[in-house]
Design a protein around this ligand. Sequence first.
Ligand SMILES: [Zn+2]
Ligand SMILES: [Zn+2]
Length: 151
Amino acid sequence: MPAWFIRENGQWILAKEAPLLNHAVLHALDNGTACLLVAPGSGVSINGSPAADLGIHFLAHKDEIRCAGRTFYFTTEESPEVIAFTGQACKCGRCRTAIGEGAQAIRCLCGVWYHHGDPSCFEYGEQPLCVACRRPTLLDGSALWCPEEVA
Ligand SMILES: [Zn+2]
Ligand SMILES: [Zn+2]
């Protein structure tokens, strides 16, 4: 599911619900993307450019939306989740052995799968990193993209 970064008390909060805007509507779509519907005179900008009036704008990962002095970001990244593996058999990124149907597994944002269990190949060792993309392989969401700190 897509999500939104909303600034609250000086911190970026990841929200599942689209923020409410004046003269514009943010709408999450079932396919994991989102669109922005803009009314005339809304003053909304996307990535620094004014949004066209009466326009429908399809949002992409990391798009910045500004409205009435507030800033939001759209993100399509999701926290890694432990699921029962299904589909084409593949090898674990850490231990290189097969991940079988139904095994507890976690997929990195880049698509590489890892075993999850005791011990977990995903959260293996201190400060574990994905073998492919070098993102932290941790379940606390630290691998997710987050907006830059704004001045
Ligand atoms: Zn493994
Ligand atoms: Zn990765």
